[in-house]
Design a protein around this ligand. Structure first.
Ligand code: ADP
Ligand code: MG
Length: 432
């Protein structure tokens, strides 16, 4: 791939992540100056543009670049004043990246001289944060991931409609958006709409208020892929359901892809018209279950790596062990650990995590054996806790406190540390 093609691919991924006028303003006069193994050097027309783009878009650019070429690990920026010339050979003609709808918007925006893109259709609100590549696949989300990938590779095919359901914080929004991005990646001209059912409802109400229901109808019935997140929000909202029913039928009949998410399977959706509920189950229905320990740990490792944050694996193991039900919480704890340790300039350790967890009351009853320690060990000593834990898990006390780092040992070891901390209030240095 030439540098120019590479830059074009990157720009195409960046475009949906920001408002069109910003994209036009900051990226029209840019190009790749050099690609050297893992390093890209990007040229910007002025020092101001360089500072602005680095401040505001550095992370997005890196993510977009890595989506195109995962070997890219570093991006530097340089001012290259030739880029201000209209016909600089380094530049990708930015107009070639605009869809027809964008061009209209640009004209409109220029005409009115205001930044307003609220009702854009193409690739609306997709975030490059959510890609299929950075979704960690485990046995509990494997099917949903595969179905999204398949639907994205064959839009309007046998995975239509695709219906994904799960409890909160398990990756529905991530997967839905990633599927949309994938469709755009395969075909940059396709029109992908992502929205939540709540936004859909709000738009209908607004359209009715402004007597613009016709425009509303037309807007979503001409897209290639329609993604509606959290459809349980449409519960008992007859008008929104009716509007969605028509949109759904139009798109479905034209072999356009529909991707939906919800907190429950179609049959358990209450307050839905039967004819709509019936439609939901016509294609593929997949569930995401809470991730197992290995997947949780892999997600934490990936996040820490993405954020380039060095953290002791044991600390990640401790978090993964304690936060079981929800990936959002899992990542939330990691982010707190990172921010607190950076703010206080301390190395993150288990004691910090434990404080955070305790504050959030998130330490779960350890597999229902909460009272195990209190009732059976009395008077309590460190050695007694170690012996009892080892005995309970059928391992030797020496292994429990030794250097072995196998999972069969690690979990009991963490439980043991937790019990010592809780029962004896020893410091973590001492426990260590
Ligand atoms: P939901 O829509 O089901 O409530 P989200 O998609 O918002 O959940 O996921 C919550 C957070 O967890 C997001 O930051 C998402 O990127 C992350 N996440 C969930 N599952 C995974 C996974 N398997 N791999 C990586 N990140 C994940
Ligand atoms: Mg969601």
């Amino acid at each position: 791939m030439s540098n120019k093609d590479l830059w074009k691919q990157i720009l195409m991924r960046l475009k949906p992540t920001m408002k069109l006028p910003s994209f036009m303003t900051w990226f029209a006069d840019t190009g790749i100056l050099e690609k050297n193994e893992n390093k890209l050097t990007i040229g910007l027309p002025t020092p101001f543009a360089k500072k602005w783009v680095m401040d505001k878009y550095r992370i997005k650019i890196l993510q977009a670049a890595q989506e195109v070429d995962e070997s890219i690990t570093e991006i530097t920026y340089e001012v290259h004043s030739s880029l201000t010339h209209e016909d600089s050979p380094l530049k990708v003609p930015i107009k070639s990246l605009l869809a027809e709808t964008d061009e209209k918007k640009v004209r409109k925006v220029r005409g009115k001289n205001e930044v307003h893109l609220g009702s854009g259709v193409t690739s609306r609100k997709l975030s490059i944060r959510y890609s299929l590549d950075n979704f960690v696949v485990g046995k509990d989300n494997k099917l949903a991931h595969a179905a999204c990938l398949a639907a994205a590779n064959m839009p309007g095919g046998i995975y239509n409609p695709l219906y994904v359901f799960s409890g909160v914080g398990l990756g529905k929004t991530h997967l839905l958006q990633a599927a949309g991005l994938e469709i755009l990646k395969n075909n940059p001209d396709s029109r992908v709409v992502y929205m939540t059912a709540e936004q859909f409802t709000n738009e209908i109400i607004e359209a009715i208020g402004k007597r613009r229901t016709k425009q509303f109808k037309d807007k979503y019935r001409t897209v290639d892929c329609f993604i509606l997140d959290d459809i349980q929000f449409l519960e008992n909202k007859d008008m929104s359901q009716m509007e969605f029913f028509h949109t759904f039928n139009d798109l479905y009949e034209n072999n356009k892809q529909l991707i939906l998410s919800s907190d429950s399977p179609p049959r358990d959706l209450n307050g839905f018209k039967e004819r709509l509920r019936g439609r939901f189950g016509m294609g593929t229905v997949v569930e995401i279950l809470p991730p197992d320990y290995e997947t949780r740990l892999a997600i934490l490792h990936q996040r820490a790596r993405d954020l380039q944050f060095m953290i002791d694996p044991e600390v990640l193991e401790f978090i993964a062990f304690h936060i079981e039900k929800n990936v959002r919480d899992l990542i939330g704890v990691l982010m707190q650990v990172i921010s607190q340790s950076s703010l206080n300039d301390i190395k993150p350790d288990i004691s910090l995590v434990s404080d955070i967890l305790e504050k959030q009351h998130k330490i779960q009853e350890i597999h229902g054996k909460k009272h195990f320690a209190a009732s059976t060990i009395s008077p309590c000593t460190m050695q007694k806790i170690i012996n009892t834990t080892a005995h309970y898990f059928n391992i030797s006390a020496n292994d429990l406190i030794g250097p072995i780092r196998k999972k069969e040992i690690l979990t009991p070891r963490q439980i043991c540390m937790y019990l010592i901390r809780r029962e004896l209030d020893h410091s973590y240095e001492k426990i260590g």
